[in-house]
Design a protein around this ligand. Structure first.
Ligand SMILES: Cc1cc2nc3c(=O)[nH]c(=O)nc-3n(C[C@H](O)[C@H](O)[C@H](O)COP(=O)(O)O)c2cc1C
Length: 170
């Protein structure tokens, strides 16, 4: 089972990277970190197919059986870097494949808009988004760059739920 985790923060200091790394470790998944993979802004021109970063994104996702998408919430929505990365992919990459959606927000009940937007986008790519989802608030993270015990327990429970959907293969 080849699972790919996409970390949607553009920020090298982003908390989304912390969550994405932990999730990838727990799942034994490949990680695509969009703060390191510097994709061009999608413009639909053929020449972008030759960009090494675009090729790397497509190669890493081509054989995936399932995905986890993580996006920070920026201005009530999905990060531009995640959305931009998805423009380089299409329904063939995601069709019939389970996806777990995770948001990272600033607190104050943020994150739900991002989860809903990701769900809508995933629908456009024919993916099978699982019902469970999670928002990482600032208090989910420790000062030394880990997850709080409570957040760790919550995400572990969600990941075992996700595992139950992984028998679905295209
Ligand atoms: C440009 C910008 C806009 C933001 N807008 C929101 C928001 O609408 N709702 C929210 O809950 N948090 C918002 N935040 C806080 C981020 O969600 C929070 O800092 C989170 O850690 C972002 O993930 P990151 O650290 O991986 O970038 C915003 C942060 C930035 C930088």
């Amino acid at each position: 089972m080849n699972i790919v985790v996409i970390s949607g923060t553009p920020r090298r200091t982003g908390k989304t990277r912390i969550a994405a790394r932990l999730v990838a470790e727990q799942l034994g998944a490949d990680l695509i970190d969009l703060s390191e993979l510097h994709l061009p802004l999608f413009n639909g021109e053929k020449e972008q197919d030759e960009w090494p970063e675009v090729q790397q994104l497509r190669q890493k996702t081509e054989w995936a059986d399932a995905f986890v998408w993580l996006s920070p919430e920026y201005h009530n929505g999905i990060s531009a870097s995640l959305k931009n990365a998805l423009e380089f992919l299409d329904g063939d990459t995601f069709r019939h494949k389970p996806i777990l959606l995770l948001a990272v927000a600033g607190g104050g009940k943020g994150g739900i808009n991002t989860l809903n937007q990701m769900r809508t986008v995933a629908r456009g790519l024919y993916a099978l988004v699982i019902p469970e989802q999670f928002v990482f608030d600032p208090d989910c993270f420790t000062e030394i760059g880990g997850l709080s015990e409570e957040a760790y327990e919550q995400i572990s429970r969600i990941l075992s739920e996700f595992n139950r959907y992984l028998f679905i293969k295209s």
